[in-house]
Design a binder for this molecule. Structure first.
Ligand SMILES: CC(C)(COP(=O)(O)OP(=O)(O)OC[C@H]1O[C@@H](n2cnc3c(N)ncnc32)[C@H](O)[C@@H]1OP(=O)(O)O)[C@@H](O)C(=O)NCCC(=O)NCCS
Length: 171
């Protein structure tokens, strides 16, 4: 069965949250765990929008928190599917903080997450392929195969000798 491919842009989700006291650590900054929770939801919504099916988080690539987001600031999360494989989809996420009074926006972090679409029996199901349009979407699409191989090797789901694009790093 071949599903009609869909444009990357059409999967985009933009989420906005206000950092409240219950979201912060003792330094008055947004807690990493709360941010990851919001990122997980934004990424799940982007993948569900792309494949029109329920999804589960399969993996989260490393996340580096570059700039803390302060209490009372706004969090902006943008999530977009960068590539779809057979049943899994890689999502690219970008996070910014914003001081709503000074109206100043700053980049907080970037990440990749992978989601798998499930059928009503909880089995993985095929998803539509992605059509990248912009230069950035094309670059993310090209890099997605290498990132997929790396995360599958690290999770023990792929042997380094089967990773065509990354073999040289491991063997
Ligand atoms: C993710 C999950 C559905 C994969 O199931 P599985 O039996 O390993 O399925 P498969 O081996 O058939 O793999 C299905 C897809 O998942 C991908 N996948 C599996 N493990 C992965 C990982 N660690 N990182 C990225 N992709 C992964 C496979 O590459 C495959 O993608 P493809 O069809 O596009 O090639 C299953 O492990 C699961 O349900 N995990 C729990 C999910 C969950 O509850 N998440 C919430 C946090 S607890």
């Amino acid at each position: 069965m071949t599903l009609t491919p869909k444009r990357a842009q059409d999967s985009m989700i933009q989420m906005t949250e206000l950092v409240l006291p219950n979201d912060t650590n003792t330094f008055g900054n947004l807690m990493g765990g709360r941010l990851m929770y919001w990122m997980d939801i934004a990424a799940a919504l982007a993948t569900m929008k792309h494949c029109s099916a329920p999804v589960v988080t399969a993996s989260v690539d490393n996340i580096s928190f570059e700039t803390p987001i302060k209490l009372g600031n706004v969090v902006h999360i943008e999530a977009k599917v960068s590539r779809a494989f057979s049943t899994s989809m890689e999502v690219h996420l970008r996070v910014w903080g914003e001081d709503p009074v000074q109206q100043y926006r700053y980049k907080s972090n970037e990440a990749f997450m992978t989601f798998v679409a499930l059928d009503p029996n909880g089995k993985s199901r095929l998803v539509p392929q992605i059509i990248p349009d912009t230069e950035e979407e094309k670059q993310l699409y090209e890099g997605a195969m290498r990132r997929r191989q790396l995360r599958l090797i690290l999770s023990g789901k792929m042997k380094p000798q089967d990773a065509e694009e990354l073999r040289a790093l491991f063997i």
